[in-house]
Design a protein. Structure first.
Lengths: 260, 483
């Protein structure tokens, strides 16, 4: 009988197949479509189109602004919450954490529908404040993704670091700014990546809150629903490139510091 | 009139108590004076309150009661950053996001000191801890021993009046620890500042300290130099905790003579004749001789090689005696033993009998120490008796209702026995402490509301065992308390 050779190489085969089918192949298709026209000829027209069309550039700018503000608002809310949950002297911490995490288990459209009702109650007509509503909706939706990584990092920072800071003459604010905040940087970066990138593309929230302005996600959707695979793919590729650059930059700054 | 006095004490603790839940004290009645420049060690088993005491001096905990003086000024309520003390933490607590230089300079940078001066000071302190040129190193690239040194450097660069060290060598391996012990000691001599060191390692404490404070169960047991602590332990706990020891129950039988192991020995302590005492004899102080010449004789039951000596266990009747000797003897040999008068250390035990306060219930039982015991209530009034309904009839025929009367309860130590059947005794508790005394163990059993029973038992029980305490009805002595 032939011996079955279970080497590391062989063990990786299923994973390789998965990667080829679901990551490499779709990317290749995306790349192919973005650099061809409807006749199948190779062209850079789609690329040039993106950067010359005022509309698409405007959409990109709008998406970045929405994502930036959402991330900032999430961070401002999430950090104190995570800090109190991780370091505060409160009873029933788990229940409090649950309150912030539980919305993640409820269907996303249901959550936004509920939010819509609440906002309508206060604003009468949602169309008056489309931008503000978008920020509220996105913050509401993405907040747990910001809280969790920061909370995880903070809970693992031993109290002795804060005490060491106080011991060396820092007051509580100084000790926090000089020790706890930099030590929790990894959590902030991971939270920012988890909020910023989806916030650029999640157009369902805009749709449901009656914000008719396009963001990157809606732009791609609109091209695809008009069967314009080529321009849609090109935008996806450009978005992907932006995301890769942002990710590399943020992890790189993290690494650089470790090496120093 | 103003008295000008030079304060020779840097730290004074007055009646310090700390409680986290408002009920039980982690430490209590801590009174301690530490001289300038001393190397003082808080020594005790884990959970004894030594770290809590240190944290109160550092300012991380505020005492529930009492005052802490630094150079005569009350610092009890000051936050840590306002105290001229610095701490070396158990797990170092070096900031992982800063390099060695920034870690050490952390305290200096908060003080408006020029850059050049900071650099100079950091360099000087790195020189003290023997890590010159490590300024740019990342904390994660350092070994445990190096991190330890940086933690010390970070504390002493601030030139504190007192350096607090919380089990700083706990994470190092044995060889490294021994090296660091000596280095810390020489650092202390070089710097001339007061060191307060916390450890559970008695050998470490004996090696390094000028003064040792033995703490157990939140209470200071003894304060003294290493020699005093070792040679003249103040009680059986200290004797048992510091080094190896033989502890026996003994009785003063005549002037400067004490009897234990069925033999009367001459001793140097003058304690009233008839007093029941504890006696400590260190294993290295027992001289082995021939059976004819020995004050006592016994048979060797085990011999273990320990490197520089043999540990010999001798059985004398029911007693076990541990001896350390450099000469090899064999199991089964009968030997004689001599103990010289100044090698016998006599201690008067704090607790001679179990005493409690209790209340008589309506069933004529007595309630104390979280339990209920049957007792003979007629002993409260001489000549009284109980009628059929349980009423106490005095000798003059008067009936008395005893329900709710407060009484003192006293039980002699030999009259209490332990059982693992929870329903057998009137109350239950956990074994809190045990000390081996030659032919039996002396146990401290602690009930739920922290009432302690002292129990002698020949058999070995384990610490934390849950036992019930059995006391015969006629051995419980009760007396009415004045209202």
């Amino acid at each position: 009988m032939k011996k079955i050779n279970i080497s590391r190489k062989n063990l990786s085969i299923p994973y390789m197949i998965y990667m080829v089918c679901f990551v490499v192949a779709p990317l290749a298709v995306l790349l192919f479509y973005s650099f061809t026209d409807s006749d199948g000829k190779i062209t850079f027209h789609n690329f040039i189109n993106f950067f010359t069309d005022g509309n698409t550039l405007g959409t990109l700018l709008y998406s970045v602004v929405v994502a930036l503000i959402t991330t900032l608002v999430c961070l401002i809310i999430a950090y104190p919450v995570a800090f109190i949950l991780a370091k505060g002297h409160i009873k029933n911490k788990t229940i409090l954490l649950m309150i912030f995490i539980m919305p993640m288990w409820i269907n996303f459209t249901l959550r936004i529908t509920a939010l819509k009702e609440i906002l309508t109650f206060f604003e009468k007509n949602l169309a008056y404040f489309p931008f503000v509503n978008t920020i509220i909706g996105m913050t509401y939706d993405f907040l747990p993704f910001m809280i969790l990584p920061i909370y995880t990092v903070l809970i693992n920072i031993d109290d002795c670091y804060m005490e060491a800071g106080l011991d060396l003459g820092a007051d509580k604010v100084q000790a926090f700014m000089k020790i706890i905040l930099p030590m929790s940087k990894a959590g902030i970066i991971s939270g920012v990546t988890m909020v910023f990138l989806p916030a650029m593309t999640n157009y369902v929230i805009l749709d449901m809150l009656y914000n008719s302005t396009y963001i990157m996600g809606s732009l791609i959707g609109s091209y695809f629903s008009a069967y314009d695979w080529h321009n849609g793919s090109m935008i996806s590729i450009i978005l992907l490139t932006i995301i890769i650059i942002v990710t590399v930059l943020s992890t790189d700054s993290n690494h650089k510091e470790e090496r120093l | 009139m103003i008295l000008l006095e030079i304060n020779e004490y840097i730290i004074e603790l007055h009646d310090i108590a700390k409680s986290y839940d408002g009920e039980t004290n982690v430490v209590e009645d801590i009174n301690l004076k530490i001289k300038k420049g001393e190397f003082v060690t808080f020594l005790g088993p884990s959970g004894c309150g030594k770290t809590t005491t240190l944290r109160m001096i550092a300012g991380f905990e505020i005492p529930t009661k009492g005052t802490i003086l630094l150079d005569g000024a009350d610092i009890s309520k000051l936050p840590p950053n306002k105290r001229p003390v610095n701490t070396v933490f158990q797990r170092y607590a070096l900031f992982p996001h800063l390099n060695v230089f920034d870690n050490i300079a952390f305290g200096l940078k908060l003080k408006n000191i020029s850059k050049e001066e900071i650099e100079e000071k950091v360099k000087a302190v790195l020189d003290v801890v023997d890590l010159e040129g490590f300024e740019k190193r990342k904390i994660s690239t350092l070994s445990g021993g190096q991190q330890q040194r940086i933690a010390i450097a970070r504390a002493i660069v601030n030139e504190p009046e007192v350096l607090l060290l919380d089990e700083p060598l706990g994470a190092l391996d044995l060889k490294m620890r021994k090296e660091m012990q000596l280095e810390l000691k020489s650092m202390h001599e070089k710097l001339g500042i007061t060191f307060i060191y916390v450890t559970h390692d008695q050998e470490e404490a004996l090696t390094m300290s000028d003064k040792i404070v033995v703490i157990a169960d939140g209470v200071i047991q003894q304060v003294g130099t290493p020699e005093e602590i070792y040679n003249e332990p103040s009680n059986a706990f200290v004797a048992d905790f510091i080094g190896e020891s033989n502890i026996f129950n003994a009785k003063m039988t005549s002037k400067e003579r004490v009897t234990f192991l069925d033999c009367e020995f001459e001793c140097v302590d003058d304690i009233p004749v008839g007093t029941m005492v504890d006696v400590v004899v260190r294993p290295e102080d027992i001289i082995i001789t021939t059976p004819e010449e020995g004050q006592i004789t016994g048979t060797i039951t085990s011999v273990i090689f320990k490197g520089i000596h043999y540990e010999i266990v001798v059985e004398d009747g029911k007693n076990e005696i541990i001896i350390q000797n450099t000469k090899l003897y064999h199991v089964g040999d009968t030997i004689g033993m001599i103990i010289k008068p100044d090698e016998i250390h006599v201690m008067i035990p704090e607790v001679l009998s179990n005493k409690f306060e209790g209340v008589i219930s309506k069933n004529n039982t007595v309630l104390f120490a979280d339990g209920e015991y049957e007792c003979d209530v007629t002993m409260l009034y001489p000549g009284s008796s109980l009628d059929e309904e349980g009423m106490l009839i005095l000798s003059n025929g008067e009936a008395v209702d005893l329900t709710g009367k407060k009484v003192s309860v006293e039980i002699q130590i030999p009259d209490v026995t332990m059982s693992d059947d929870e329903n057998l005794g009137g109350t239950c508790g956990h074994i809190f402490d045990l000390i081996y005394k030659g032919d039996h163990y002396t146990y401290t059993v602690r009930t739920k509301s922290e009432e302690d029973f002292i129990v002698d038992d020949e058999y070995l029980w384990n610490e934390d065992d849950y036992v019930s305490l059995v006391i015969p009805k006629d051995k419980i002595v009760i007396k009415l308390l004045e209202e």
